[in-house]
Ligand binder design. Structure first.
Ligand code: BG6
Ligand code: MG
Length: 219
């Protein structure tokens, strides 16, 4: 049976949250707003626009539309400076093993990311060829927890949603997978990702037997 396995990017394939953190922290501090790693957790899976809105809410700041656009551009430019230096060593443990196993079993593989930088990152870590479909922040109009990004991925692979499996590290992403009627697999903390159908700390815990069972299971 052919299923589709849809991977989020940031926090699932690569640990780019640390770069988002540095860039958002710099922006926040320049505005006189403090920004902690705990707050950064709340921005995982959240779109660029919504992330800046949240930071401004936390700091109780109101700014003009022009300033908002300028700050988003500045943040992204700083983020891109970190991304430029990325290479294959930044792929999270056992991601290539799972991707290659799925490919050897003729399963569909898609990327479902909120990021507009997804394609650049995939190229930097040389994984773009593993994906039959890439859906990112440039293809969607509604941010996670809306299921749009995953539904487009399923459609591009020609697989119905109940035959899709999503790997996600964010609460919003798990909710998006669930409302798309797909199997959701949380990568990270069990307490945080308790809405997922399954949760693993990372891909080293995802064994071939588990994947074989997923191929046979519908949501
Ligand atoms: C998500 C990240 O994958 O993409 C968020 O978890 C980020 O932190 C969002 O804000 C949008 O990414 P970008 O690269 O387009 O700013
Ligand atoms: Mg993520």
């Amino acid at each position: 049976m052919k299923k589709a396995f849809i991977f989020d990017l940031d926090g699932v394939i690569v640990d780019t949250a640390k770069y988002h953190f540095l860039a958002w922290q710099n922006l926040a501090n320049n505005l006189g707003i403090s920004f902690s790693e705990e707050q950064n957790e709340q921005l995982k899976g959240v779109s660029r626009i919504r992330s800046l809105e949240k930071i401004l809410e936390w700091g109780n700041k109101t700014i003009s539309e022009e300033e908002f656009t300028r700050l988003m551009t500045d943040k992204n430019e700083e983020y891109l400076e970190y991304i430029k230096k990325m290479d294959t060593t930044e792929i999270l443990p056992d991601v290539p093993r799972v991707l290659d196993y799925l490919i050897s079993k003729n399963q569909g593989i898609a990327l479902g990311s909120a990021s507009k930088n997804a394609r650049i990152i995939l190229e930097k870590v040389q994984l773009q060829e593993k994906f039959e479909a890439i859906v990112d922040g440039t293809n969607v109009s509604k941010a996670k927890p809306d299921p749009e990004v995953f539904l487009i991925g399923a459609k591009e692979l020609g697989i119905s949603p109940e035959n899709c499996v999503v790997f996600e590290d964010s609460v919003a992403g798990v909710q998006a997978a669930n409302s798309a009627n797909m199997i959701s697999i949380g990568i990270g903390n069990r307490q945080v990702l308790h809405e997922a159908d399954y949760v693993f700390n990372d891909f080293t815990e995802i064994k071939e037997d588990f994947i074989n069972n997923l191929v046979l299971t519908k949501k």
